[in-house]
Write a protein that binds this ligand. Structure first.
Ligand code: FES
Ligand code: FES
Length: 230
């Protein structure tokens, strides 16, 4: 079925607006808005082009992007509109990172980007040329688990498992932020290093949703790794 419907240009110039043109224009404007808000706003942009053989009119803009994922360098040929999440799941087949809402609301897609946690569904892969990405597959293995992975097992901090990878990646990033003295919304004194109180932990993990209600076990697991419990 041809879904690329064509309608007359309202400007009356004789040019035509296609659905594909509109999508490309929308994606371009969305990118322009999103770039300044990301941790990689200053990254060198990859070269972009249209696919070989394309006329340039309505062709999908493509780019070659290099990402270092879990220590391995990957060179990807991507539609510019590909989210980091889709690049990981659909192009590199690293399906440990989950797509829950695809709207930045659940945290299931959390990965570490150059050492900072990020919702990979909310950022475009082409914005992160040369970046180092760590997914749940890169944190540990069943034989050599990351301390947080082991703690989630020990305290039964997971239920369905769908949101667990994001919870663990977020917890890794959150503890790094705490060690670095980064304040949160509930930090009372911005002049002193924040401590891992229950309020701090819950606030810092509030971007990760667990629909089944394992929150109390997740809190115990993170507190244990942070040294709050022997
Ligand atoms: S899938 Fe990214 S926040 Fe839900
Ligand atoms: S672990 Fe997925 S809903 Fe709780």
């Amino acid at each position: 079925m041809n879904t690329d419907t064509t309608s007359p240009c309202p400007g009356g110039s004789g040019a035509a607006i296609t659905r594909r043109n509109l999508l490309a224009a929308g994606a371009a404007s969305a990118t322009a808005v999103a770039v300044p808000a990301t941790v990689h706003a200053q990254s060198r942009p990859p070269a972009t082009r249209t696919p070989s053989g394309g006329s340039g009119d309505g062709a999908i803009p493509m780019a070659t992007v290099t990402l270092i994922v879990n220590g391995t360098r990957h060179r990807l040929e991507l539609d510019n509109r590909t989210s980091l999440l889709d690049a990981l799941r659909e192009h590199l087949h690293l399906t440990g990172t989950k797509k829950g809402c695809d709207h930045g609301q659940c945290g299931a897609c959390t990965v570490m980007l150059d050492g900072r946690r990020i919702n990979s569904c909310l950022t475009l892969a082409v914005m992160h040329e040369g970046a180092a990405v760590t997914t749940i597959e890169g944190l540990g293995t069943p034989e050599r688990m990351h301390p947080l992975q082991a703690a989630f097992v020990k305290y039964d901090g997971y239920q369905c498992g769908y949101c667990t990878p994001g919870q663990i990646c977020s917890a890794v990033g959150m503890l790094d932020e705490l060690r670095a003295g980064v304040p949160s919304h509930v930090t009372a004194d911005l002049n002193t290093r924040p401590l891992l109180s229950a309020d701090e932990l819950r606030e810092r993990m509030s971007g990760n949703i667990c629909r089944c209600g394992a929150y109390s076990n997740i809190v115990e697991a993170i507190t244990d790794v942070a040294g709050g419990r022997s």
